[in-house]
Write a protein that binds this ligand. Structure first.
Ligand code: B12
Length: 220
């Protein structure tokens, strides 16, 4: 097997979006699995970038450009990983909460849910509480997914849940929280139904919680 995965990793570290795109396409053409490309090249390298950012070996503009390159890779994998013949299994409304501009993890969550047959409405980043409320009114989702990557924006998760409660919508939806600083404890404390540590387990958790809500046990 060629060394295409390290090449993608290098392009991602350089923030070379066309390079990441071409590399991902090349890896697919070579028959590598989309899951391996995602996990072994893209997600693993974002973790390295996160480490460098933390240690001041990479700075904001570089990380921003790398995130853009990561999203370019995700865009190519998206139609493959989210391809599904299943009719809509449910509807997910998703967004990064107010004050939070991180979207790479959220985009992966979107992709996994679409792959599992969900219809996904993605409100983007820095989504204010009233926007979530209006969108729940409009789209009537089964699940609302809140993403936060900053300790500082964890409070926006809480205020979003409060806003849903005051709008009389809280009991109509399953609310799932996620993002690096989020824990199950925190999610339950602020009134969400649950938490998932990553995009793949988020789908399982959502299905479980949806089944509980219907008072039935999920079997699959
Ligand atoms: C990329 C990045 C940025 C980019 C974002 C670009 C973009 N388009 O997303 C830029 C450069 C803009 C940025 C800016 C900032 N960042 Co930043 N950033 C990162 C970095 C390096 C990677 C994040 C990422 O993409 N991870 C990869 C994805 C795949 O992982 P993930 O997001 O965790 O998502 C997974 C799970 O968490 C989960 N998940 C995510 N969302 C959801 C939602 C649901 C519903 C569920 C169930 C699951 C789920 O599933 C995902 C996939 O498995 C992290 C470091 C890190 N280690 O996380 C710092 C980090 C998050 N940033 C940090 C900081 C401090 C900032 C800034 C404040 C810096 C500054 N001084 O201004 C600003 C704030 C901007 C803002 N208002 O949001 C800190 C946060 C510290 C903290 N705990 O508060 C971190 C941890 C870096 C650090 N160690 O210091 N950042």
């Amino acid at each position: 097997m060629s060394d295409i995965l390290p090449q993608i990793a290098q392009a991602l570290q350089r923030g070379d979006a066309p390079g990441v795109g071409a590399g991902v396409q090349e890896a697919l053409d070579q028959g590598l699995s989309p899951r391996d490309i995602l996990d072994k090249a893209l997600v693993a390298t974002m973790a390295v970038i996160g480490h460098k950012f933390k240690n001041n070996e990479m700075y904001m503009p570089e990380v921003m450009i790398a995130a853009r390159a990561m999203n370019a890779g995700l865009e190519i994998l998206d139609p493959i990983l989210s391809r599904s013949g299943a009719s809509a299994r449910g509807k997910l409304l998703l967004g990064s909460v107010r004050g939070d501009l991180h979207d790479v993890g959220k985009n992966m969550v979107s992709m996994m849910f679409r792959g599992a047959g969900f219809k996904v409405i993605d409100l983007g980043v820095d989504v204010a509480e009233d926007k979530f409320v209006a969108a729940v009114h409009e789209h009537r989702p089964d699940v609302v997914g809140l993403s936060a990557l900053l300790t500082m924006t964890l409070s926006s998760m809480e205020t979003t849940l409060t806003a849903l409660k005051y709008a009389g919508l809280r009991d109509r939806v399953v609310v799932l929280c996620g993002g690096a600083p989020v824990t199950e404890d925190f999610a339950l404390r602020v009134g969400a139904d649950g938490y998932a540590p990553d995009a793949a387990s988020a789908v399982e958790r959502a299905l479980e919680l949806m089944a509980q809500r219907r008072g039935e046990k999920w079997t699959e």
